[in-house]
Design a protein around this ligand. Structure first.
Ligand code: PLP
Length: 392
C-alpha cells in the first residue's frame, strides 16, 4: 500500500489502550453502555472550571483585531510572561517569557523538545512502566529509547539508571505524577538522580532531564510536587492543561526551560524553530489566551481523590495487590496471574475494561483509569468481588 515500514510496524504494536477501548466500544453495543465498566482511557470526565468557560465566551466574542492571526512561533508574549511568573514565584528562579514555548499539548511539547535535542542514534532513557507514546515520540526524531525498570514500588532505581547511561545518552524522561502507576517521585530520589547526572556532566556529557508534568496539579493527601528546576540544572518541564483544566481536546500545553541552563538561548531558538517545522506553527491562539489566565487554577482534585480512595478500597477488598497512587488518575495493580493479557480478558468477562501492563512495558500488571464517574467505580465493586480473586 506504500505505507512506511516503520509506521506499519509501529501501528501493529502501537496501543493496547486503544485496542481495549475499541473492544469496549463493541461490548457497549452488545450489552448497553451502562453495563460496561470502562477504565481504559485517561480522558477526564469532569468539565473545565466554570470561570474558564465564561472567559472563553468572552474571548470568542471579542472584537479585538488579530485574535485569530499567526503569531510568533513561541506563542503570545503576555501568556508566556504569565506562565514565567507562575514558575518564578514557585521556584525563586528568574523565569522570563523567553524560557517558555507554548505547545500543542504536552504531546506536541515533548516532540518539539526531542526534535531539538536528538541526533540519529541519540539515546533517551525512559522508566518503565511508561506512557507508551514516549517510544514513538523518540523514534519520530531518530532517537533510541532505553527502557529502565523502576523498583517494585515504582520509584526510581538509580543503580539501574546508572547502568543504562552511555556516551549516547542525551536525555532522561521522568513522568511524575506517573501514568500508569500514580507514583510521585520524592525530592530525595530526584536529588540522587541529579547527583548521577551531574557526575556525567563533570565528564563533559550534558544529559537533559525532561520532566513530563502533564499531571502536575493532580496530587493527593496534601503532597506537593518537588521543584525539579532547583534540583537539576539542565531541566525542561513539559506541561499540559489537558488534565488540570480538563481541556484534552483543545491541545494546549507548554515547555519551560530552566533559567539555570547555561547558554539557554540557542536551545530556546531550536525549540521555537522545531515548533514551526513540525507543522504545529504555534499553539492554538484562543487556548493560549485562556490558559494564561488560569495558571493558579485546576479542576476539583478532591473529586479524583475520592475516586482513587473508592477504587483502591474495592481492589484491596477484592484481594488484589496494589500500591495506592499519590497522583494522576491511574492505578496499576498486580495481575493475580502472570499473564496480564489473559487477566484483562477475564476482567472483560465480568464487564470490566482495563489495559494490560504489557502495554506500558511492564507485564504482570494492569492499568485502570479512574477519571470516570464515581458511580461507575462504585458499581465495579460487585463485579470485582464476584471474580473470587481472593481464592486464587
Ligand atoms: C504522561 C503523559 N504525558 C503526556 C500526555 C499527553 O498530554 P497532552 O494531551 O497535553 O498532549 C499524557 C496523556 O495522557 C500523559 O499521560
Amino acid at each position: 500500500m506504500g505505507i512506511s515500514k516503520a509506521i506499519s510496524k509501529s501501528m501493529k504494536d502501537s496501543s493496547w489502550i486503544r485496542a481495549m477501548f475499541e473492544e469496549g466500544e463493541k461490548m457497549k453495543k452488545i450489552y448497553g453502555p451502562e453495563n460496561i465498566l470502562d477504565f481504559t482511557l485517561g480522558n477526564p470526565d469532569v468539565e473545565p472550571p466554570e470561570q474558564l468557560k465564561e472567559e472563553l465566551i468572552r474571548l470568542v466574542t471579542s472584537d479585538a483585531a488579530g485574535m485569530h492571526r499567526y503569531m510568533t512561533n513561541s506563542g503570545y508574549e503576555d501568556v508566556r510572561a504569565a506562565i514565567a511568573e507562575f514558575h518564578a514565584s514557585r521556584t525563586g528562579l528568574k523565569f522570563t517569557k523567553d524560557h517558555i514555548v507554548m505547545t500543542v499539548g504536552s504531546a506536541g511539547g515533548m516532540n518539539v523538545v526531542l526534535k531539538s535535542l536528538l541526533d540519529p542514534g541519540s539515546e533517551v532513557i525512559v522508566l518503565s512502566p511508561f506512557f507508551v507514546e514516549f517510544k514513538f515520540y523518540i523514534e519520530n526524531h531518530g532517537g533510541v529509547m532505553k527502557l529502565v525498570e523502576t523498583k517494585d514500588d515504582f520509584h526510581l532505581d538509580i543503580g539501574k539508571i546508572e547502568k543504562a547511561i552511555t556516551r549516547k545518552t542525551k536525555a532522561i524522561i521522568v513522568n511524575s505524577p506517573n501514568n500508569p502507576t500514580g507514583a510521585v517521585y520524592s525530592e530525595e530520589e530526584l536529588k540522587e538522580l541529579a547527583a548521577l547526572l551531574n557526575g556525567r556532566r563533570e565528564k563533559g556529557q550534558r544529559i537533559y532531564l525532561l520532566s513530563d508534568e502533564a499531571y502536575r496539579k493532580i496530587l493527593y493527601d496534601g503532597i506537593t510536587l518537588p521543584d525539579v528546576f532547583n534540583i537539576y540544572e539542565d531541566t525542561l518541564t513539559i506541561t499540559s492543561h489537558s488534565k488540570d483544566l480538563a481541556l484534552p481536546g483543545e491541545r494546549i500545553g507548554y515547555i519551560a526551560a530552566s533559567p539555570r541552563i547555561t547558554n539557554v538561548k540557542p536551545l530556546m531558538d531550536a525549540m521555537i524553530f522545531s515548533n514551526r517545522i513540525l507543522g504545529f506553527i504555534n499553539a492554538p491562539a484562543l487556548m493560549q489566551r485562556l490558559v494564561g489566565k488560569f495558571q493558579q487554577n485546576s479542576v476539583d482534585i478532591q473529586q479524583y481523590q475520592k475516586k482513587r480512595d473508592t477504587l483502591y478500597s474495592i481492589l484491596v477488598e477484592a484481594g488484589l495487590k496494589v500500591i495506592k497512587p499519590m497522583g494522576a488518575f491511574y492505578i496499576f495493580p498486580k495481575s493475580p496471574i502472570p499473564d496480564d493479557i489473559a487477566f484483562v480478558r477475564e476482567l472483560q468477562k465480568h464487564k470490566i475494561l482495563g489495559v494490560p501492563g504489557v502495554g506500558f512495558g511492564t507485564p504482570g500488571y494492569f492499568r485502570l483509569a479512574y477519571c470516570i464517574p464515581l458511580d461507575v467505580i462504585e458499581r465495579s465493586r460487585k463485579h470485582f468481588l464476584e471474580m473470587g480473586l481472593k481464592k486464587q
